[in-house]
Structure formats: C-alpha cells, structure tokens
Design a binder for this molecule. Structure first.
Ligand code: FNR
Length: 219
C-alpha cells in the first residue's frame, strides 16, 4: 500500500448543468452537496454559470488556447477526487452546453476526467426524470476514462419535488438518494485510499508520447 495515499476528507465537485435561474438541477446539486458533507467529505458546489465558454472552435483554440471558463472547470476537476453532475435532459440527450464544456476540457493535456469517479443525476418535470440524458452523458465521460458509477438517480416531477428547506418531498426518495451518495463515496474512498488501480488512457489514438499508465495508488 502506498504510504502517500491521501488522508484528508474526500473532495467532491457537485455541479448543476443548467444555466437557468431557478434550475431544478441546481436544487438537486445543492441537496447532493449537503448529503456529501453529511458523509464527512467536502463538497465544492458549482453551477454551469461558473464555466461560461463559447462553442468549441478549433480555430479559436489554435489562436487563443482554452477559454477561461473551460480552464476554471479544469481547475475545479483537478481539485476533486470525484464529481457529481446534475443535468437536465434535452431531447432525450445531453444538453449542448454541457457537452460543449466536456469537449473544451477534454482538450487539456493531460485531461482531468481520466482520473476521476463520477455520479450522474438528473431532474426533470417529466415522469422519467431526465434519465435518458444520463445514459447519453455516460458515453463521453466513459470515453474520457471517468469511472461512472453504475447507479444513477433521476427526479421525476422535479418542479414539485422539493420541500421549502431543499430536501425531497418524497421521504423514500430522499432516503434512496442519501444511500446512493453514501455508497458512491464508499467506492471512491476505496479507490483513492486503498485500491491498487492501474489504468491505461491515451490522450488520442496513436499517442505514445506520455507515460500512458495512471496509477492512483501503488503497492
Ligand atoms: C427540455 N425538457 C425535457 N425534459 C425531459 O424530461 N426530456 C426531454 O427530452 C426534454 N427536452 C427538452 C429540450 C429542451 C430544448 C428544453 C429547453 C427542455 C424539459 C427540461 O427537463 C426542463 O426544462 C427542466 O426544468 C430543465 O432543467 P432545469 O433547468 O430545471 O435544471
């Protein structure tokens, strides 16, 4: 076991992926940040508005590098052990603003997604809670090497879903969400502190220029 495994509280970035004032996903992110804190971990609560950036444009990247919003998201990702995204579903898929942010940040080398765990949640006024969008969101994240937690949480009828003090109106769902967050963080803790994990992730196909193995904990 590595003697330099991190010993402080787990650090979890939690962000709502809607730009909208009054976003139900921002409310869900806020609730999850509270649940993260309840487990003894630290939560860094963020909103999509913290990471404003133009549409990805290869010419702009070549001329000016990454926009400040993408670099800000990169910095917040680098400072966490795991992240939670609460995302709306747009037309049964990932909102363009979120995919655009992932695309920009994926241009950082080394990109920060490959060494993180993620949990995906959604809120929607619909009866399925935006769950289809989360399946679409798994694809770019898993492509980038993120360990995406198998269990997801989708809040249906989200516009009626919260009490005045920000917890879920349905106490059974509140309990389930708390248990899912706790189980997710137990897995993150096992990886960050104890598991000897080796992974291979290349920056792009054919890239052999950087040490390809990321080791999170070593014997
Ligand atoms: C939506 N919405 C939506 N909801 C859903 O459950 N499935 C869907 O496919 C879509 N598609 C969709 C497309 C577009 C362009 C918009 C603007 C909206 C509704 C969406 O879930 C609702 O607006 C949520 O309230 C958005 O999340 P926030 O902003 O409350 O976090």
């Amino acid at each position: 076991m590595s003697t330099d495994a991190p010993t402080g509280p787990l650090r979890v970035l939690v962000f709502g992926a809607s730009l909208r004032t009054g976003s139900t996903n921002a409310r869900l992110a806020s609730l999850i940040a509270r649940l993260v804190t309840d487990t003894g971990a630290t939560a860094d609560l963020a909103a999509m508005r913290d990471f404003q950036m133009p549409l990805y444009d290869g010419d702009a990247e070549a001329a000016e590098g990454l926009p400040s919003g993408a670099l800000a998201l990169r910095d917040r990702l680098e400072r966490c052990d795991a992240f939670v995204i609460s995302s709306p579903e747009y037309n049964a898929s990932v909102p363009g603003v979120l995919k655009n942010a992932i695309d920009w940040v994926s241009r950082v080398q080394p990109q920060p997604f490959k060494s993180k765990h993620a949990m995906l949640v959604s809120a929607s006024p619909s009866m399925v809670g935006g769950n289809r969008g989360l399946w679409a969101l798994r694809v770019p994240l898993e492509h980038l090497g993120t360990r995406v937690y198998p269990d997801m949480f989708s809040l249906a009828k989200a516009h009626q879903g919260f009490t005045g003090d920000g917890v879920l109106a349905d106490s059974g769902l509140q309990q389930r969400l708390a248990e899912t967050v706790e189980a997710f963080l137990r897995l993150v803790e096992a990886d960050v502190r104890y598991v000897c994990l080796q992974r291979r992730w290349y920056e792009f196909l054919g890239d052999r220029t950087e040490a390809p193995i990321t080791q999170r904990a070593e014997d």
